[in-house]
Design a protein around this ligand. Structure first.
Ligand SMILES: *Cc1c(COP(=O)(O)O)cnc(C)c1O
Length: 399
């Protein structure tokens, strides 16, 4: 399917990238090419491929046919010029930052980025004499003011993990560009079905493909999309650095992505239904979900998202003891650290997104200790609500 085709996201999820490659023995499905190397008896042709004058593959750390289909599918869903992939989401984030930054540079971001990203900002980049300024996540004026002082990179993530704060991508991307910064956005929570940051002025959009893109919690991966010029620089860093996506994982992610639109639509609906239910429940102190009209991020989310996503979080009145009673009582949820999968997954930030942080650090980020992050799966919403009802009764009794 060519880019020019006026297809919608569902059709792209199924077809994009699938027909641009010579499939072995007319297989209709993408073959998993495990071969590490690709052979050329003709040295001139070998040279032409190695130097990029002819399409083809040389060595698996650089490119691979199965991985290339995965990259092309995400690229088309993000409506980008180019895409490159990584072994994990964190590899996508670290390789992107290390490509763009050099000693003396300044990065502006927010306090609520993913826990691993926050560690890169606070622990690793300062070692390389990169100055990192982390602003209050909802204070757009403060972010704009810091960017205006000069920044090589403006790094954004929306909605954030785990309190689902919403950043105005169009507004902040404009500020970043005006200051000459490369604007990067982590779109893992929204997915390309709900939001396309590049269309809002962002330069690079990245994903932990481990989450919604794959959707089945059985493969790790990461991807970054943007202009050819920027993505080629990041690809070059990754091919040397070696954080390559494995072909088997690429296949699993590709298979998952064929139902991305169906899953995300159902997850959007389930999360909204559950958020409304929890907001009215006496055992729940507060619900964080941009789909709720009362949520501070609702107006911006309505503008820049087509759905509000599958993840919500909520604080229990019973404190951390309540969380410890509530989680084991759930019957329809994995109590685990991932999200975005077909099954519902729940857990406290202390053991999931912010396991790398201390209690003090989590408190400084405004993460309540009684918080539960809930990634709605694709189950029937009536069953999820019945499950939450009985687990909240157990937690209420314990508190
Ligand atoms: C999980 C996650 C990451 C990291 O992805 P990995 O595949 O686990 O390395 C980055 N950003 C967000 C928002 C995530 O949820």
């Amino acid at each position: 399917m060519s880019d020019a085709a006026t297809t919608r996201d569902g059709t792209k999820a199924v077809w994009a990238g699938e027909d641009q490659h010579d499939f072995w023995q007319r297989a209709t499905q993408v073959p998993v090419v495990h071969s590490v190397a690709f052979g050329y008896a003709d040295v001139d042709q070998w040279l032409a491929v190695a130097t990029g004058r002819e399409p083809g593959h040389i060595y698996g750390r650089n490119t691979n046919p199965t991985v290339a289909v995965f990259e092309d599918k995400v690229r088309q869903l993000e409506k980008a010029e180019a895409a490159t992939s990584f072994s994990t989401g964190m590899a996508a984030i670290s390789n992107t930052l290390l490509t763009l930054l050099r000693p003396g540079d300044r990065v502006v971001s927010v306090k609520d980025t993913y826990g691993g990203t926050n560690k890169i900002f606070t622990e690793f980049l300062p070692r390389w004499q990169v100055e990192v300024v982390l602003c209050d996540t909802t204070d757009h004026a403060a972010i704009e003011a810091e960017v205006a002082k000069g920044a090589a990179v403006l790094y954004l993530e929306t909605p954030t993990n785990p309190t689902l704060k919403v950043l105005d991508l169009q507004r902040l991307a404009a500020a970043g560009r005006a200051a000459g910064a490369t604007v990067v956005a982590d779109n893992t929570f929204a997915t390309p079905i709900n939001c396309n940051p590049l269309a809002l002025g962002v330069d690079l959009v990245l994903h932990s493909a481990t989450k919604f893109l794959g959707g089945h919690a059985d493969a790790l991966g990461g991807v970054v999309c943007g202009s050819k010029a920027l993505v080629e620089r990041i690809y070059h860093y990754r091919e040397i650095n070696g954080a390559t996506l494995d072909p088997m994982s690429a296949y699993l992610l590709l298979r998952g992505m064929k139902t991305l639109h169906l899953r995300v639509r159902q997850q959007n609906q389930n999360a909204l239904t559950i958020a409304r239910f929890l907001a009215a429940h006496p055992a729940v102190e507060r619900v964080f979900y941009p789909g709720l009209e009362s949520d501070p991020g609702h107006a911006v989310a309505r503008r820049q998202m087509r759905g509000f996503g599958g993840v919500l979080s909520f604080a229990l009145r019973g404190g951390f003891e309540g969380v410890k009673a509530f989680l084991p009582a759930l019957r329809l949820a994995h109590r685990a650290a991932n999200l975005g999968s077909v099954e519902t997954v729940a857990g406290p930030p202390a053991t999931t997104s912010h396991v790398e942080c201390t209690l003090q650090e989590r408190q400084a980020m405004g993460i309540p200790e009684a918080l539960v992050r809930y990634s709605a799966g694709i189950e029937d919403p009536e069953d999820l609500i019945a499950d939450l009802t009985q687990a909240l009764a157990v937690a209420g009794g314990a508190a």
